[in-house]
Design a binder for this molecule. Sequence first.
Ligand code: DX5
Ligand code: ZN
Length: 228
Amino acid sequence: MSNISSDLKISASILAADFRNLEAHINEAEIFGCDEFHFDVMDGNFVPEISMGPIVLKSLKNLINLPLEIHLMVDDPFYHVDSFADIGVDIITFHIEACKEPNKLINKIKSKGIKVGIAKNPSTSIDRIDEFLEEVDRVLIMCVEPGFSGQKFNEKVVDSIIELDNLLLSRNIRNLVDIAVDGGINSYSIKKCKEAGAQIFVSGSSIFWEGDVRSNIISLKNSLRDKL
Ligand code: DX5
Ligand code: ZN
């Protein structure tokens, strides 16, 4: 079905799925070609909303056969690593804005055999994450203020993607660190992010909210094949 580069991945954000019917939505996302799942954890402090945590994930985990990213939008991310590690996840992504001792947290995640992602909000400069780039597997660039699904893509983040892409190239670690984007990713913004250098496209409302999951995923994949 797909002839897009295998380096480009679509990650389905479970937060935007139908909570009355999570099993069906998770199955559809897998069957119709998503490459990953993205699980948003919000604590009501780092972001105003409260979403879901390890207890919910535990009940969903046996439905999920794809790689799973935990996106921690919480203060004190350090204290949440163990419970997700115990469930078995592939990558834990924390926000630089929420973390006092990033190296300690990165080492803790790595010690569990889990990949590390570092996230930044739209207004946070790339400089804030610069010194950790050699230590992480992924940078998650937020394209909206973190907090909920269905927000509008912030065009200004395109410059951050380009800046990060160039920085990784100049450090010879471009093939070691993925650039992921999260928030407002639809058939239009996904092309802009791809052209700027992103490889992983987290999408919630564009997959789950309207129409059917199959057509929505196909349309995102088709956009990845198109030129701008
Ligand atoms: C927002 C979350 C996102 C969200 C994406 O804070 O981190 O993962 O679910 O949803 P859309 O694609 O609808 O912006
Ligand atoms: Zn997210």
